[in-house]
Design a binder for this molecule. Sequence first.
Ligand code: FES
Length: 118
Amino acid sequence: MPNVTFRHPEHGDRTVQAVAGSHTEPVLKLARRHNIPISFDCQDGQCGSCLVYVRYGVTKGTMAGPLTDREERVLLELGKVTQAEIDRMRVDDFPTNWRLMCQMVVRDEDLVIEYGHR
Ligand code: FES
């Protein structure tokens, strides 16, 4: 089962283990279950308040799932990705590092999720 390390510039690191079934729920739920204070609002890929920076495949290589359509739209609006990066991401099947926690699900890979910065 993958380890997910939540990293904050002031609170430091906290690593939790994603349990079976985590691959069907957003990382935001995993964070909330472990009382990780990630900001959120809509929980529906609309507001961008759950924006984080993800480092994939810390130990096993990258398996992260693609961005949702809502995630792409919000990341474009926030200026965190360009349309060219999204187009390339679709070809390379490799997601951007900026993600929305209410949209991203954990795959079988260790992650470092940096939050608390913009
Ligand atoms: Fe609104 Fe994630 S909580 S986009």
